[in-house]
Every structure is written in structure tokens, then in C-alpha cells.
Design a protein around this ligand. Sequence first.
Ligand code: SF4
Length: 783
Amino acid sequence: MGKTKHTGPMKLPKLPDPKLWVSPIPFGLGKVKPHHLRDTVKVVWENRDNLSYAARILTQGVCDGCALGVSGLHDQTLAGPHLCTTRLNVLRLNTMPAIKDEVIFQDIHELRKLSSTELRKLGRIPYPLMRRKGEDRFKRLTWDEALTIIADKMKELDPKQMAFYLTSRGITNESYYVAAKAARLIGTNNIDNASRICHSPSKTALKRSLGIGASSCTYKDWIGTDVLVFWGSVAANNQPVSTKYMYAAKRKGTKIIVINPYHEPAMDEYWVPSIPDSALFGTKLADDFYQVNIGGDIAFMHGIMKHWFEMENEKRGSAINYDFVEKHVNGFDKLKQHVEQYDWEALEKSSGISKERMKELAKMLAAANSGVFVWSMGLTQHRFGTDNISQVANLALLRGFIGREHCGVMPIRGHSGVQGSGEMGADPFSLPGGGFDKETVERIENVWGFELPKWQGDMVGVSLENALLPDDHERKLKLYYMSGGNFLETMPNPDFVKQCLENLELRVHQDIIFNTSTLLDAKEAVIVLPAMTRYEQPGGGTSTSTERMVYFSPEIKGPRIEEARAEWQIFVDLAKRVKPERKHLMNFQDAFAVRAEIAKAAPDYDGIQHLKHKGDVFQWGGAWLCEDGICPTEDGKGNLITVELPELRKAEGQFYATSRRGKQFNSMIYSERDPFNGADRYDVLMFREDAEKLGIQDGEAVVVYNRHGLFQGRAKVENVKQGNIAVYWPEGNSLFPKGVYEQYAGIPEYNTTVIVEKAETFYAQKDVKYKEKRIEELEMEVG
Ligand code: SF4
């Protein structure tokens, strides 16, 4: 798509810049901050039984943590080492031995007493297992027995009554691709992946605004851009090495702006371990913070655009990049009219940001010649997530911050598989290299050699709910085949999710470890299949980073879980058993054959077939998508999208609530204590005056509740936007509504309104009516 190629890693300046230091006191003594050295020692100790293998994974493999992307210890952005404690923490998943037999075959009630963290530490799943309804322990199966049972059940069912799901941790493009093909060969379009619950609105919005489904720029564009905006993203925590890029950007004079309801300590100050002066004295990252209301981002962005139009009334060209807009953008007049209709009062109320502050950022962006917008789940996990992202695209289009150096829009991904999963077609709305439109369907039918099912597949949330449909319903979900994932701890409303999972006739967990979902009952049986990690797969595997780099991770010599199989091979075997008459269509001899077919099926991935060795990588689409302002839309132009301000209703005294991450990787928790603010996982982050008004002391027990659920924790006074609170994810998931999905991308709503009370007050009011009356006041959800 773009003609310019990525130019490879650049060097950091040799001399330090004391102006960026947090303090002259070394190592942030006395500050609440992560202890990288201590954490690293802990990881070495954890992996002591397999240290040389662990070292080979780190030096030869592609990180299976977040999607910042790194091969071995080097990336494409900056020269020098690239390693973080997130990668080190997940390392043990790859080096630990199998779970002991006496643990696996103990009473299921004993296993259920363990948390997901404890289950993870038991070790790897060693061989196929099954537990039928009523049985109180797993029994061992052969692969042949396990796959025969699953295939026989699939043959018995209508394809609409089964679904596949693939998580995003560690799974390779090869596995996503083969799963996508296997599902369609078996006859179902019910296949979805973990991006549904994190970045699906980014893809949907970028498609409608710019015709693209990925970051338009690279990390190198951060370094030297005039303004780098992080919107609802705590990159410093979730993609830790991004702080090194931020450091490099600051050294080039880039201003960093953070927009978030919580003044995230990690985005404020950071001690980058691989940069000596930063490791010693810290680096001040954010130049300014805008603490927006949860769900108030659309209003904030309208405020910025409104002021730009006001500036234009004073002086043409003072804010809008007309050169760009006139040549490359549709819908300018309509957007202008739409934005101007809102008065400042409404924008201030919804965003929680004063007119003056909105104007301040508007002016800064108007004066900038370049800008990059980075966002994450603070924007996507709303029932209006797609609209949120379209507004970011609006800002970029109006300023012409697209398709050139130091400019772009970037949905920064948290997991190594997220970018590739949809691009490989493991998605009800996508096929490899495209959507589910007629043209792509025909193209894929030609490559795959069979007719695809044409009905619209369901996304993960709906598939789960379909398990509760009446038995004779055409879409009653009876079999769910899951590669990784733990819906009990990732979807809103765990009680409801449990009901859905237990109502399935057959549940298959293809995974490397047990989690709490694996242990639930099913109406007929639960089957557990041992998967290989990406480092064990014969022929290696690839994964795609946020900036569209397709990295090759080789097979790495080391100990093996004897019966574990490469995930793509399991899907091949299964599809052949369900459709023996079509088995010649799934005839992949090795991983190279899979990559060769991906190159044909997904034109952007042409080049993947040549990846063979450690460090092999290519970037699809070139350095910039929409280069020179030419978007891959029908008329080559970007589309400005008008959206309404979301209705955010909360009664006096109630709070907007959202969730945040601590020391964890997805739902895998690595510490009960958040290293950036010292919070416990059951802490409720509140603004000081809000707590005081309720007579709540810092550290006091509180109850947070609404009509969806109840959460018991402790108040922690933090710099959160007034009227808003944050709870940790997934612990606070009981507060979020079930069955509320964003209308375009289907992401579940992870925000709500709540009442917060002192636990003492709550429990003194034993009268149920009291609670019901309070809950009635919560008329609707907010984002
Ligand atoms: S920042 Fe992300 S890609 Fe880089 S090492 Fe850490 S987890 Fe891996």
C-alpha cells in the first residue's frame, strides 16, 4: 500500500539529558515504582530448572507477550536491547514441566479451590484429558480418542451450533489461518478471536474512516513527531518497552500528551531499565495530562474540533490542513456543521474537561506540523468504541496527520496474536486478506478450493449467550472449541458466563495450562487438548506486531511436553476427521506449506513464505498506510465521520466506573500489588473529595454495586477524575453488564455506573429494599 520502506533501527543519543530526569535521587528511592532488577532475579529463579532453554527463547524467539514486537532481543525501532518484565513473566509458561499425574487426577473439587494463578503454576497440560458430566476427575485419552469424540459430535451438529475461539497470547498466524480454514471447511462461520474484546472497534473504525485495519504508521514515527498523544492507553504498563521509544521521542523534542480518567503514574514518570540515565534518575514522560470522564472522549474530541473551526473563523488555515482536506478527505462540511451545533457547556459536562483546557490542546495540535495518535482499551472497550476511534481519525484527517513521516493513527495492541488473528480470518467478519464481502469470499474459495458457508457467523459474546437458547433453536450453541482464553475472567458478568459455559454439551479447551474455565462442568463432557507453545512448533511460526511487522519465530531446541501438538496441526487433523471427503483440501505437510498458502490467500502477507530463519521479518503495507494521503477506500479519500455524543446518565452521587490493569498479562496476574501505585487488586481507586464526601477514609472497606453485581474492596485515594472510579480487571468484572455490545464491532461494554458505599453502611442496611431502591436509580449503563 505504501511505497516507502521502514528504514530500520535508529540510535539513541549517547549523552544524557538531565532536563528529562524525574529527580537527581538515584533509582527513584522512596518512590512507588517497579523494581526491574528484583523482578528479573525472581524470573531467573523461577526458570532455574531450564535456564539455557529460557535464554534461547529470549535470544532467538519472537516475544509472545505484547504486540510491540521483538525478535530475540532486538527490534526494528531502536538499536540496543529490547526486553521487559512482561516477557520475563510469561517466560515460565514456556519452560515449565508438565503437571504431575497425581495433581491432574485429583478430585475436581480440589482443583477448583485453586485460583487461575495457582492453576497456571501447576505446569503444562501433558496429554489429552476428558471429564464427562457427573465424573469428579479427569481421565486420560489418546489423541485419536479425543479427536474422534470431538469430530463425531461435530458431525452430529448443525454447523451453526458449534463455535471456535482463539486467544491472542502466543498463537501464531499459522494457527489462526489454519483454524479459520478448518472452521469453514467444517461448515461454520462461528469463529472469533480475542481482539473482539480489545481492539475490534479499532479495525472497524479505521476501515470506515481510512479503509485500513491496522496502524497507519510505525513506532519510529513517534520519535521526532511534534505531538504524541496517548488516548486511553497505558503503554508504559502494557507495552513496557514503548517507554524506551517515548524516551527517544522526548530526546527529539516530541511533546507527549496523555488523555485518561486516571493520572496514570506509569505514563508520568518511568525508569527505563535499558537506558542508563533513565534507569538511574527516571524520565518524565507526559508533558501534560487531560483527565477526561470515563466515556467523555467523544465530547473532548468534539471540543478540539469545535475550537479548530472557531480558529478558522478568525483566520483561514490556522487549524485545518486545507491542502490535505481538499485533496484527500470527504465530509468536511457535514462534520463542521455537526460539531458546531454542540455548545461548550454540553461538551464540558460530558468530557469533564473545561473549555479552556480543550482549547489548549486544540491549539497545540493546530500548531503542530506532525502528530501521532496512539490508543488502547480506554477508547475501545465502550458501547460506542467504534465512534470513539472514528473521532481520532477525524482529528488526524483534519490536520493531515496521515500517510507521512511522524504522523499516523495507531491502535497499540496488547497481545502478540491480536493483529494477525483477524488478518488470517479467525473472525466472523473477516477472511484472510479481507472482510466477508462477495469479492473476498470468491477469492478465498478459489484459494481454498471449496465453497464457504455464507451465513453470518457470531462473535464470541453472542456465541456464549447462544448456549442458553432453547434446545431446538437453530443457533443453540452445543459445542465450543476454545484455543486458550478464560471467559470466566475476561468477559463481563462471570456468573452469567459460567452458566453459558456449563450449558454447552461439549467444551474443548486446547491450551497449555489449566485455568478456572477448564474446570467447569459441561452437559456431556469437557475435553482438554495439550498445545505446543510457539517455540516448540516444528517449522516455527510467525506473528504480526502493532506496526505490521511479520516476525518469524523459529522452533527452539529444548525440553518438550511429549504429547503436545502444534495448534495448526490439531486443526488440520480435526477438519480431516469431520470432513474426510475434503481431507485433500487441508493437506499441509509442514509450517512452510501453511505460510506458502497464507501468501496466496492474504495478498498483504506476500513475503511470509520466505521467512525461515531467526530474525526474518517484513512489514506489510510499507512504513505508512495511506501514504501521501491516498486511502484504500473506494474513492481513495478518508472519510470524516459524524457521531452523536453518547448519553451518559448517572444520578447524583453515583460514579462512572471502569477497569484497569496492574501487574498482569491479560487475565494472568503476576502480582497482587500494582507496582506503579502500590494498590492491591481489590482496591477501588477514588478521587479524594469523592471519598471524603462519602465519609470514606483511604484504605477503608467499601462496597461498589449496581444492578449487575457487587464488588467488595478498599478505597484507595488516587488522582482519578472526580466522579469516576477504577477497579482492577478482571476482579471487578461482576459490575459490568452482560449482553451489551458495541453496535459495529461487537466489543462488550466494560464500563458502567455504580454506587459506592462504606462497607459498614452497606451491611448495616440489611433491608433488601434499600439496595433495590438504590439500584433502581441506575437507569442505564454508561461508557
Ligand atoms: S514490550 Fe512487549 S514485545 Fe517488547 S518484550 Fe515486552 S512484552 Fe515483549
